[in-house]
Design a binder for this molecule. Structure first.
Ligand SMILES: [Mn+2]
Length: 216
């Protein structure tokens, strides 16, 4: 059995298909996405379809969490902003909602924690951490208030955990390959790469973006 952890897809459905092919999958293999499967890129519905067809287990990214929030709050949903956000789903937003509402904030294995953005350095267990930290942290300010202040150190330099942490969410930083930390957002939607990591082989898999889908 091999596990494949796939970085931020952001609607790059074609690249996701190519990446899956490169694994040369065997029946026992298991597939996981680090969240932010949707938005920004050319084909979010297509990406979600591939996730479903291949039984890829996903954790929530900030983009899915925001979509859920929009769907669950009538005042947000009915605003001009909300309507514009929902238009991209072409009437299939209920179906998308039914899919992403099943995704957890993290998945824990014997040896690995999978989470979209990262962990709160003050705690050992994701159960004890705020959801907003799990889906949006990059830099650690010491108290969990400001999660993206560039002067502060990356969260993974501020704590230690018993298990390896696999995450995404940080395209600007790109691939993180440290003992115990694998950061897989390599900016496919920005014209860079879609990356996966297989712990059983300790190997990265990458496909180049077919084009730059969004300005960096
Ligand atoms: Mn993200």
């Amino acid at each position: 059995m091999r596990r494949f952890f796939i970085g931020d897809v952001h609607g790059c459905a074609e690249e996701l298909g190519l990446l899956l092919k490169s694994f040369k999958l065997e029946p026992e293999d298991q597939l996981f996405c680090v969240g932010d499967v949707i938005n920004k890129g050319p084909d979010s519905l297509g990406a979600l379809e591939i996730v479903q067809q291949n039984q890829i287990k996903c954790v929530l990214g900030n983009h899915e969490a925001h979509f859920i929030q929009l769907m669950e709050n009538p005042e947000m949903r009915n605003s001009n902003y909300g309507q514009a956000m929902l238009e991209r789903w072409r009437g299939r937003e209920e179906q998308v909602y039914a899919q992403v509402i099943e995704w957890p904030y993290w998945i824990e294995f014997d040896d690995i924690i999978l989470v979209h953005a990262g962990l709160d350095p003050r705690f050992k267990r994701p159960e004890d951490m705020a959801h907003r930290v799990l889906i949006s942290i990059r830099h650690w300010d010491g108290e969990g208030q400001y999660l993206n202040t560039l002067d502060n150190p990356p969260w993974f330099e501020c704590g230690s955990w018993d298990k390896g942490v696999v995450f995404g969410h940080w395209a600007l930083r790109g691939l993180v390959d440290l003992p115990g930390f694998k950061g897989l957002d390599t900016g496919c939607v920005y014209g860079k790469h879609l990356t996966a990591w297989c712990p059983e082989e300790n190997r990265f898999y990458q496909v180049p973006a077919l084009q730059q889908w969004k300005a960096f």
